[in-house]
Design a protein around this ligand. Structure first.
Ligand code: CTP
Length: 405
């Protein structure tokens, strides 16, 4: 992560939830990026993590109580509320969201939120039923309307053993969102269309031809583009990922459906980023009923799918078009060949033969090529790779339109 100016004075609220242990990593990442971090823990948070952990990582005594004379003498709570350039709460429990929505001032963290004029970001974390409850959703709507930025949550396995939406976003994704200005960001006023995930091509009602794309790179790009100020539309193949906050998502299954959705949302877009792993072929026919096993061999006839990114790039009134090339060998030559053949403005190439990088992974590394330049993005979390890629895209966009980036 690049270093942040020390103007990042972050008041990090930690409320009660098992995800509180991940906030220690968040403090580490923010400090590493040059931010100053003051941790404030609720009573419940202290049942999950000790204040000493946060104190050691942030280099500041953790604040826990409104009625702590020594801490108040050093910096009163109103002074602390004024000190913060941002208030970030991670994890934000269902109870804390309810108290904030109601404007309570019944503990130090809630009081600071009322007393601070700084932008508020909330990273909710809770059991999926609690997240889905209309009371929680109504509280979130209210907080959103008042200008709070909601980061996540993500979907997946939960500490309670259930699977669903409600996991706190990964600390690196929260850190990226917090350190990337949303107002006046480099993509402010830009509309960005992104395709992500695999496409699945049905053979019969129970089988399909698919690929190993997880959609994580495309979703990370959508989330970071939104944080950089863009209006984002995400055309998603079938993936088990939560919609990044503030992003318009359209779900599709097949390449033909993805093409239709992309073309339908293309008007007025400034950038199209084709991060989807679109199936090159689909079965000529989709059997109406499950194919029964009879012969020793089965032949499937496949026909070519339309090339979505090439079709967009061939249009006269086209946005800046960025493709992806997932390769296992001769990465640079294959990528540059696709850049020219598909008439793209940029191509982001990755070597998917390297373990722990690319497909299904949390990390990636990219080589980005355009007609007279290239950028190497070193291995990092996908949110950080997305930030560097989008910064580069914003520069190319400014170059293409003659506006300063
Ligand atoms: N792409 C697309 N529509 C397709 C196939 C690919 O929009 N039918 C886009 C992908 O989203 C990606 C780029 O084209 O941005 C390159 O995808 P890739 O699968 O690497 O390229 P292909 O043209 O399919 O080449 P090959 O499979 O031969 O490597």
């Amino acid at each position: 992560m690049s270093s942040a100016p020390s103007s990042h004075r972050i008041l990090l609220g930690v409320s009660g939830g098992i995800a509180a242990y991940k906030s220690a990593e968040l403090v580490r990442l923010l400090i590493k990026a040059g931010a100053e971090v003051q941790v404030v823990m609720t009573e419940a948070a202290q049942h999950f993590v000790g204040a000493a952990t946060f104190q050691a990582l942030s280099g500041r005594a953790v604040r826990t109580h409104l009625w702590d004379p020594a801490a108040e003498a050093a910096m009163g709570h109103i002074e602390l509320a004024r000190w913060a350039s941002q208030v970030v709460i991670a994890p934000a429990s269902a109870d804390l969201l309810a108290r904030l929505a109601q404007g309570h001032a019944d503990d130090l963290l809630a009081t600071l939120c009322l007393a601070s004029a700084a932008p508020l970001s909330l990273a909710p974390a809770m059991n999926r039923q609690m997240w889905a409850h209309p009371a929680t959703q109504a509280n979130l709507d209210l907080l959103r309307q008042r200008g709070a930025r909601i980061l996540g949550p993500a979907a997946g396995e939960q500490a309670c053993g259930e699977v669903g939406e409600g996991r706190m976003l990964e600390p690196s994704a929260i850190a990226t969102a917090v350190l990337t200005p949303s107002v006046g960001g480099v993509l402010q006023g830009r509309r960005v269309l992104i395709s992500a995930g695999p496409t699945l091509e049905d053979i019969d009602p129970v089988r399909f031809v698919g690929n190993r794309s997880s959609g994580k790179m495309g979703f990370a790009i959508a989330q970071v583009a939104q944080a950089m100020g863009a209006e984002v539309t995400l055309i998603a193949g079938p993936v088990a990922l939560a919609t990044p906050s503030g992003v318009q998502r359209v779900d599709v299954r097949s390449a033909l459906q993805m093409r239709e959705a992309v073309l339908q949302h293309l008007d007025g877009q400034h950038v199209f980023i084709a991060a989807a792993a679109v199936a090159d072929y689909r079965p000529r026919e989709v059997a109406a009923q499950k194919i029964k096993k009879c012969a020793d061999t089965l032949e499937l006839q496949l026909v070519r799918n339309p090339d979505i990114v090439a079709e967009v790039a061939a249009r006269q009134d086209r946005p800046l078009v960025v493709g992806f090339a997932a390769e296992t060998n001769d990465v640079e030559s294959h990528a540059c060949d696709k850049l020219a053949r598909k008439k793209l403005d940029m191509i982001a190439a990755n070597d998917v033969s390297i373990a722990g990088q690319g497909f299904e992974s949390e990390r990636n590394a990219l080589n980005v090529y355009w007609h007279d330049g290239m950028l190497r993005i070193a291995p990092a979390r996908k949110s950080e790779v997305a930030r560097q890629l989008l910064t580069c895209i914003a520069e190319r966009l400014a170059h293409a339109t003659g506006t300063p980036s």
